[in-house]
Design a protein around this ligand. Structure first.
Ligand SMILES: [Zn+2]
Length: 305
């Protein structure tokens, strides 16, 4: 029994020795494994941190990419502009006269129709007329014949009404004395004025004071004689008034031009008429009035002779 006890004691010591050795080696290698884990954490942590702000850094990443582009644009040398304006284009003809490029318009459109001593419209009559109160004290546009109102082509009736109302709003009296005249009306008008002045061709001093039938803008119905009040006969000095001044200053805002200005008689063929306003639309009117042109000069820029 005693020898058996010694064997058991030795076995127990052996087990202790093995356990002790195991503990020693485990303790000896554990720090290494901690370092491994720490190293792994350290390796993963920056990845996790880097992954989290990735969406934020993605947005600003676009801007740095865009900066070089915007910097490249001015950096790219501009090709030296070569004058390519066709001398036979409206812009080319305007440039030759020292004028800015005229508006891009279709001069065959109705509002640019040229009527003068050299351009007859025959027995043309407008399709629809609009009748306006002559003193713009009523702002309706009638479409049935009314001898007490001023008739014009319906397409310009609203613009003319606005023009007249604008004058009244400026505190000035206005009178729409003459709009549309039929071919036969103009023929009678022409004969009467010729008879009264002892002439036969409608001209005084080489310029028209009345147009032959077919050659009047009043027959075209895109114009109106406007004064401050009724006059039996008109002459520049006689009808001069703050109203005329206002009309000439503001006509383009409503699409109208001062059609027969003093100093342009050799081009228009017509004696200066401070009261005759012609509709051409705001775009053309603005260009014409700003550059002190008449309709003949304006249309010539587009090749209309
Ligand atoms: Zn007139």
């Amino acid at each position: 029994m005693k020898g058996n006890f010694v064997v058991r004691l030795l076995m127990a010591l052996l087990v202790l020795a093995v356990f002790g050795a195991y503990s020693y080696f485990r303790a000896a290698y554990t720090p290494y494994s901690f370092e491994l884990e720490d190293a792994q954490r350290a390796a993963q942590a920056p990845l996790a941190i880097a992954a989290a702000p990735a969406p934020e850094s993605a947005a600003p990443a676009v801007q740095p990419a865009a900066v070089p582009e915007t910097q490249e644009a001015p950096a790219t040398p501009e090709p030296t502009p070569v004058p390519t304006v066709d001398p036979d284009s409206p812009a080319g003809r305007a440039a030759a006269l020292g004028l800015p490029a005229p508006p891009d318009i279709d001069v065959t459109s109705w509002e640019y129709t040229l009527v003068n001593g050299d351009h007859s419209i025959g027995q043309y009559a407008p399709e629809q007329l609009g009748y306006l109160n002559q003193t713009a004290e009523a702002d309706d546009i009638q479409t049935s014949y009314n001898p007490n109102r001023c008739p014009v082509d319906y397409r310009i009736a609203q613009a003319l009404l606005d023009f007249a109302l604008g004058c009244r709003e400026a505190g000035l009296p206005v009178y729409l004395s003459s709009g549309y005249r039929s071919y036969s009306d103009q023929a009678a008008n022409f004969r009467r004025i010729c008879d009264n002045n002892g002439i036969s061709d409608g001209k005084i001093g080489g310029y028209y004071v009345t147009m032959p039938a077919g050659c009047s803008e009043h027959q075209l119905a895109l114009c109106c004689d406007i004064t401050d009040k009724y006059y039996a006969t008109k002459r520049d000095d006689k009808v001069a008034s703050p109203t005329i001044d206002w009309l000439q200053e503001h006509c383009a805002e409503y699409g109208f031009i001062h059609r027969f200005p003093d100093g342009k008689q050799d081009i228009t063929g017509v004696m200066n008429e401070s009261w005759h306003f012609r509709y051409v639309g705001v775009e053309a009117a603005t260009y014409i009035m700003e550059n002190h042109l008449v309709l003949e000069e304006f249309l010539a820029l587009y090749g209309v002779e």
